[in-house]
Design a protein around this ligand. Structure first.
Ligand code: GLU
Length: 339
């Protein structure tokens, strides 16, 4: 009798064990490992920083289903981001389209290290304009009149530094000899103009941006300088296109009309080492909720699913491509990027 009782008890224990094992197995996704991803951006008063923040915010809201915890980090900018993504220090980076092209093809900053074959594109974001801001009292009215002045061409690691050098060289200005070149971060330049420590600065940025607002809202009046007459440069560079800084966007800028310039695009990149699932989920989150995303920054106002597949030159990350295939967006993608 006692033995019988014991057997039943043991059986009961086994049942409990089985039930617990089953609960554990079925609840595995709840305990699944969280993937921590770092997104490289730029100066805190640029547009990359809030853009990285917007992506992280949307993805983190669904942490339970995606298992992703994203964090936007302020960095030196595009060139730094490309290199940090390739090293695995960052999983994603926001990078100018010209920098993506140069890194993938092994030119400009990547001439010595060669083509960066692990670089993967995910999507493109807002347009950016090569913006030259000059103090009105410095009498700078054109690229040529930068000669003899003190000009910030941008910090090492930023996207704008290379753009400034391209523009100046194409305009026949030797940046190492014809003026005093500074290498300040974009977040420092507006105050330096206001303190009369520099006359002008270059910044490749989406509009409106905090840094340009700060530069235009100070006591010292500033204006945007047209970047024109560089058709040869545009023709030989697949990534430069004509663009404008619309008048009225910054109320206190001295310009009365649109300022013509040259533009690129901000793009979202990753590395072939980053998992397909992570890239798929982030892509899906932003594309499925594009209207919500667009509300997070005024520079996103013209984004469409189709134009977010333009201006890319590194192959698409397989996770992003999987999503674009699922929703039938591949007809908008350059076939070269889908191998
Ligand atoms: N285009 C800049 C760069 O690549 C950053 C602009 C921004 O932060 O919005 O460094």
């Amino acid at each position: 009798m006692f033995r019988f009782f014991l057997q039943i008890q043991l059986k009961g224990l086994n049942v409990i064990r089985i039930v617990f094992s089953l609960i554990f197995i079925f609840s595995m996704p709840l305990f699944a490992k969280t993937s921590y991803v770092a997104i490289g951006t730029g100066s805190t008063t640029g547009v990359y920083y809030p853009t990285g923040g917007a992506i992280a915010k949307m993805v983190n809201k669904k942490q339970k289903s995606y298992g992703i915890k994203a964090n936007a980090e302020s960095t030196a900018g595009s060139v730094f981001n490309v290199n940090a993504v390739l090293k695995g220090d960052l999983q994603f980076g926001i990078v100018q389209s010209d920098r993506q092209y140069q890194a993938y093809n092994g030119i400009a900053e990547w001439k010595e290290s060669g083509p960066q074959k692990k670089l993967r594109s995910v999507f493109s974001i807002h347009p950016e304009v090569i913006t030259l801001v000059a103090a009105v009292d410095s009498k700078i009215t054109s690229l040529k009149s930068l000669k003899g002045k003190r000009v910030n061409i941008g910090n090492h690691g930023s996207g704008q530094r290379g753009n400034a050098i391209d523009i100046l060289t194409a305009a026949g200005i030797n940046w190492e000899k014809d003026f005093v070149a500074e290498s300040l971060k974009a977040s420092e330049a507006p105050r330096m103009v206001q303190d009369s420590r520099i006359d002008a600065f270059f910044y490749t940025v989406g509009h409106p941006s905090g840094a340009i607002r700060e530069a235009t809202n100070g006591k010292r009046k500033v204006r945007f300088i047209p970047i024109t007459g560089l058709d040869k440069l545009i023709k030989k560079s697949p990534f430069y296109a004509k663009s404008v800084i619309p008048k009225g966007l910054y109320q206190n800028a001295a310009n009365k009309t649109d300022t013509p310039s040259i533009g690129v695009k901000a793009t979202f990149v990753s590395s072939s080492d980053v998992s397909e699932d992570v890239v798929y989920n982030i892509t899906k989150e932003i594309f499925q909720n594009l209207n919500e995303f667009k509300k997070l920054h005024p520079a996103f106002s013209r984004l469409t699913k189709e134009n977010m597949l333009e201006a890319l030159s590194a192959p698409l990350h397989p996770g992003a491509l999987k999503y674009y295939r699922e929703v039938g967006l591949t007809k908008n993608i350059d076939p070269k990027l889908m191998n």
